[in-house]
Write a protein that binds this ligand. Sequence first.
Ligand SMILES: [Zn+2]
Length: 92
Amino acid sequence: MEKDFCEYCNAVLPENERLVTVYRHRRGQHFIFERVPARVCARCGERYFSAAAVREMDALMKRTKKAIPSCICTGDRIAASLTRKFALLARI
Ligand SMILES: [Zn+2]
């Protein structure tokens, strides 16, 4: 299997993802996603998410009503919908 490298420190990224908490904001709203799978660089701690995870988080943020100032979403369904293979890494 081809290795992926951290774009910051060039360390080899671990094959296995960990479940992390992600803070994001969109149009002044703040979102916390819990248990989102990510590959975490062992050297510098940079986190890499699959394109599917990023897409899923974006979809959840779009679905949230404007009246709610902030929301906490669980990433369980994100994890469930993801394949184990990372075709594309995205940094957010
Ligand atoms: Zn790194």
